[in-house]
Design a protein around this ligand. Structure first.
Ligand SMILES: Cc1ncc(COP(=O)(O)O)c(C=O)c1O
Length: 323
């Protein structure tokens, strides 16, 4: 008998380099978290990107957009404020393409993040941790305005950020599902919600609800931001959101653990926050597909202990102490 024909799908694809391998992430059904048989919950596992987060898509888009416009060439120093993931993604891409990178980051992020950035050769400038990501944004803007030799992609105000999702993440989701009742993602820069929201609305109109998970003011969930803190990223169009639902830090931690214990998904803490909202939306539906984003994997949060300590203990953790 002739051997079966070898096809390059759906095994993950073949790519010329690691940058081209960004995206193409799996969409996985979470049956145990679904409240009723007619409602199916799907997790888009962005943790499967090369550096373990959704920001690989954005970092690639930011750099390639600047290259196409002729704004940068190898050797140019790139400067960007980031609470972690975008910096790590940029660091990988900049090392690969030959751009020195400086990231401005709050000084209270987990040590794993610092190590990953250093591993890829990035230089870190610390901003005061108690000012969160807004403090990092302000410091980077100040640095860029006083030194013209930096190129700052500025993901908060750069259309290449949502476009990475409009032309990537959303298309991959549409390839897999013919109906979607709700799309749930976290609100950081807003890129994920804007890019996916715009493309999915084009396809499904009002039949799909675009839902943002937003942390309560004063309860930081790493990767997410509260718009009540006073900074609304320029790329955000609030009219595109059907709902904005608050999550507590405690919910984020408990649901990160539920993803692990019930579904075997080793995700970062913002994904727990988003999952809690996805399940809440699923409870309100009689049937349909709910898609939510798993933004990153759990490796960078291991030192927090939330994956290994007894659930009763983590329920009362004050995450602001160890982030
Ligand atoms: C872990 C994590 N979750 C969620 C987000 C939010 O994504 P976006 O910036 O597209 O709103 C980020 C963004 O930095 C992140 O790092």
């Amino acid at each position: 008998m002739a051997p079966p024909e070898l096809r390059n799908r759906p095994c993950g694809g073949r790519y010329g380099d690691i940058i081209q391998a960004i995206g193409h992430t799996p969409l996985v059904e979470l049956k145990r978290l679904s409240p009723k048989p007619g409602v199916r919950i799907w997790a888009k596992l962005e943790s499967h990107n090369p550096t373990g987060s959704i920001k690989d898509r954005v970092a690639r888009a930011l750099i390639e957009d600047a290259e196409v416009r002729g704004a940068i060439a190898p050797g140019q120093t790139i400067l960007e404020p980031t609470s972690g993931n975008t910096g790590i993604s940029l660091a990988m891409i900049c090392r690969h393409k030959g751009y020195p990178l400086k990231v401005v980051m709050p000084d209270n992020v987990t040590p794993e993040r610092t190590q990953l950035l250093q591993m890829y050769g990035a230089e870190i400038v610390y901003s005061p941790g108690n000012q969160g990501s807004n403090g990092a944004v302000a410091m980077a803007l100040e640095m860029a305005s006083s030194d013209a030799s930096y190129y700052m992609p500025y993901q908060y105000g750069n259309a290449a950020n949502p476009n990475a999702h409009y032309n990537g993440t959303a298309l991959e989701i549409l390839e897999e599902l013919q109906e979607i009742s709700a799309f749930v993602a976290g609100l950081g820069t807003g890129g994920t919600l804007m890019g996916n929201g715009r493309r999915l609305k084009e396809e499904f109109g009002d039949a799909i609800k675009i839902v943002a998970a937003e942390p309560m003011q004063g309860e930081p969930v790493q990767g997410l931001r509260s718009l009540d803190d006073g900074f609304i990223p320029p790329i955000i169009d609030l009219d595109l959101l059907d709902r904005k639902i608050f999550v507590t830090n405690n919910d984020a931690i408990v649901w990160t653990r539920k993803l692990l214990d019930e579904e075997g998904i080793f995700a970062g803490v913002s994904s727990g926050a988003i999952a809690s909202i996805a399940v809440r939306i699923a409870n309100e539906l009689d049937e349909g597909n709910v898609v939510f984003i798993v933004c990153d994997d759990g490796w960078k949060y291991l030192s927090s202990g939330i994956y290994t300590r007894p659930v009763e203990e983590i329920e009362n953790l004050d995450s602001t102490v160890w982030w």
